[in-house]
Ligand binder design. Structure first.
Ligand SMILES: Cc1ncc(COP(=O)(O)O)c(C=O)c1O
Length: 328
């Protein structure tokens, strides 16, 4: 364990000035690296504005919502802001339930969606779930990448949502078989089940496109974001959905306040996120991820050949999972 005394970009430095490349990247929250100066500056620039003012519409979150709508796939144009990935998943699950009037949530084995009770209930990791059981009812786990299990669960027509990471992050950087995401989305639409893409980790350029579901041309019904959205500086999460879903869920005065978050949409976090989107697009981080991803995977494969080791076999993932950072 090193005692870190400084960090900048992809590097951290110990007290002796030794430089280390940070490959953990804040579990995916440092797409822009450590201490990006433009994010600090953006936060500083709004320091005269009220940070939290529930009584009036604030133009910083409004601008962020607009820019997200511009960048997000399809007609995702309504954003709800919160403070973490788990909170965005909680919001997405509630949105699916109230919109469809159904209760069942389908999720994947080996997935990770957060550790609050709702998010944990759809996180396919027994280790994390076991000490907290019973969790939410009617959450059904299926193998990641398995369309026939998905169809079995969808076909009774009682599924509120299918939640999935387009590429499993915490579970070990696991890609599904080609076209899994697009076929799963089609199946969900067929059975009136909302498709939630959890891009808390894969979003904002990490997989070679701005959002991983775009690699298969998929526009989810609900898109969850967090982590790097805050530019590595501010905690912020969001879910984005369509106008139609939003109106069905919360579009009347009696329902408008059914899901809220006190710090959600605060000025400082939204200013950081606005700048993050600008830098991400301007610096074409998704293209950088492609280029660097191909470089790393190529060199790692060379190392694998040079130093062969016993690979785990017999796991459910073994047959067709490809561990790679390159898209498609
Ligand atoms: C895909 C995914 N969803 C949700 C979360 C939870 O995010 P947070 O730790 O901000 O609650 C994570 C965190 O690793 C994640 O990888």
């Amino acid at each position: 364990m090193i005692l870190c005394s400084q960090s900048q970009g992809a590097s951290v430095f110990d007290e002796q000035g030794n430089e280390f490349l940070d490959f953990l990247g804040g579990y995916g929250s440092l797409n822009l690296g450590h201490n990006h100066p433009e994010i600090f500056e953006a936060v500083q620039k709004v320091s005269h504005l009220p940070n939290i003012l529930q009584a009036a519409i604030n133009n910083i979150p409004a601008a962020l919502a607009r820019n997200l709508a511009e960048l997000a796939p399809g007609n995702l144009n309504k954003a709800f802001f919160c403070n973490s990935g788990a909170e965005s998943v909680e919001g997405a699950l509630k949105l699916a339930k109230i919109t469809t009037g159904r209760k069942k949530i389908i999720y994947c084995h080996n997935s990770f969606h957060g550790k609050t009770i709702g998010a944990l209930s759809v996180t396919g990791r027994e280790k994390y779930q076991a000490p907290f059981k019973p969790l939410l009812e009617e959450c059904i786990g299926i193998p990641f990448g398995d369309l026939s299990s998905l169809k079995d669960q969808l076909s009774p027509g009682d599924g509120a949502a299918f939640i999935v990471e387009p590429l499993q992050g915490e579970g070990g950087i696991i890609e599904p078989p080609p076209l899994y995401i697009s076929k799963a989305k089609k199946l969900c639409s067929q059975y009136g089940t909302l498709f939630i893409a959890d891009e808390v980790q894969t979003g904002l350029g990490r997989t070679g496109d701005l959002f991983a579901c775009q690699l298969e041309g998929v526009s989810p019904d609900i898109l969850c974001l967090a982590k790097s959205l805050g530019g590595g500086l501010m905690p912020i999460g969001a879910y984005i959905t369509t106008d139609d879903i939003w109106r069905k869920a919360y579009g009347t005065m009696d329902k408008a306040l059914l899901h809220t978050s006190t710090f959600g949409g605060n000025t400082l976090a939204c200013a950081a996120a606005l700048k993050t989107l600008e830098v991400t697009v301007r610096d074409e981080l998704h293209l950088q991820a492609r280029e660097k991803g191909s470089y790393f995977i190529g060199r790692l494969r060379q190392l694998k050949e040079k130093y062969p080791s016993q690979r785990c076999t017999g796991s459910w993932a073994d047959d067709w999972y490809r561990v790679s950072t390159t898209p498609g």
